[in-house]
Design a protein around this ligand. Structure first.
Ligand code: SF4
Ligand code: SF4
Length: 356
């Protein structure tokens, strides 16, 4: 995937509106101006000089979770997410004043924005020689709050005979920096990660934000097209190798609600790996929400009022579901939902075990 050009993305969009069906922000706000189609039109007007880049323009472009569902579901191949991010960056409107932590997700993001290093004590492993060299990318939420996720993922992989390298010089994937429009810093981090993972064929991760940043945004936004790895969710990797038949899920609650992460796709691009695994192991005790409601986590930093509205809608649905535990494949969802109410939230990868 080459780095996008603002002008070409604008020209590709024929305003069909198909992206509207998958946008979690439009779903929550129900006004056209926040839709991906309107954001493309807004960028077009800014680039053509028909309107200035005002605080209002920035506010509208910031109303985006970064899920990229619009981009992955567009019939003309337009990337509204990358377009809006580049226009924000080019207009130099990433304002530090907006970066006030208002909850657990924004607190962590603010921390990562000043410290992209990770504490990999007990997780780092040297690269092994072998036919397929598998690496593991530790997400910042995992490193700081959910260490059970990478610890368990590595234990499972190694007990299944897959040798894994965890480079100790890897840093934050750069997504928080992209979120606030600091693309130059994100590019520096991308280059450091590219060097750290030199020699690996496959890079596994348990965070869909890291996965999409490494596999899509390094190319489309940062011009790091030669990262050149297959980047995959750990469970998806195991399913594709038919190793999931050796796995089981421990600690099943009577009513488990699955929260599908926006960054694992919406619409035709939805990744069903985690849902299918949970259906198999939980049967009728699994609750799936009809609508794929976003948790609003990424918005907590750049558009907190909207993030709160989306979060409360989701909490309302979870409360009324009568679930006793929420599971998600995204550490950010787990962090946001786990802070919202008494029902515990867990990552799907935390309680997967090898069946005895
Ligand atoms: S971005 Fe794609 S899906 Fe959305 S209006 Fe434009 S062409 Fe249609
Ligand atoms: S990236 Fe997601 S939230 Fe942002 S405009 Fe596209 S669909 Fe909407």
């Amino acid at each position: 995937m080459p780095m996008i050009s603002v002008q070409k993305e604008i020209e590709k969009c024929f305003k069909c509106g198909m992206c509207r069906a998958v946008c979690p922000v439009l779903e929550a706000e129900n006004v056209e101006i926040v839709s991906p189609r309107a954001k493309v039109a807004l960028c077009e007007a800014v680039e053509a000089g028909r309107i200035g880049f005002s605080k209002t323009t920035l506010g509208i472009l910031d109303m985006c979770t970064g899920c990229q569902a619009c981009s992955l579901n567009c019939p003309s191949g337009t990337d509204p997410y990358a377009l809006a991010t580049l226009v924000r960056f080019e207009n130099k409107r990433a304002k530090p004043a907006l970066l006030e932590p208002t909850g657990p997700v924004s607190s962590l993001l603010v921390h990562v924005l000043s410290n992209p290093q990770k504490n990999l004590d007990g997780l780092a492993r040297r690269r092994q020689r072998g036919s397929v060299r598998v690496g593991y990318f530790v997400g910042c939420v995992e490193a700081n709050r959910l260490r059970a996720v990478p610890e368990n993922a590595l234990t499972i992989l190694e007990n299944l005979g897959i040798t894994v390298g965890v480079p100790e010089d890897q840093v934050c994937c750069g997504w928080p920096y992209i979120l606030v429009g600091r693309l130059d810093s994100a590019r520096e981090l991308a280059l450091r990660n590219k060097k750290a993972f030199e020699g690996f064929d496959v890079v596994l991760a348990s965070c869909p934000h890291c996965i999409t940043t490494l596999s899509r945004e390094y190319a489309s936004l940062l011009g790091i097209g030669a990262f050149g790895k297959v980047v995959k969710d750990v469970l998806r990797f195991l399913v594709e190798k038919d190793l999931d038949r050796l796995l089981t899920l421990e600690g099943n609650a009577p009513r488990t609600l699955y929260s599908h992460p926006c960054r694992m796709g919406r619409g035709k691009d939805k990744d069903m790996t985690h849902i299918l695994f949970l259906r198999k192991h939980l049967g009728k005790s699994l609750i799936e929400l009809d609508a794929e409601l976003c948790c609003g986590a990424p918005l907590e930093l750049v558009s907190p009022a909207l993030g709160r509205t989306i979060f409360e809608r989701k909490m309302d649905r979870i409360t009324h579901s009568g679930s006793s535990v929420v599971r998600s494949g995204c550490p950010f969802c787990v962090l946001a939902i786990g802070s919202g109410f008494d029902t515990p939230a867990k990552h799907v990868m935390e309680d997967i075990r090898i069946a005895t």
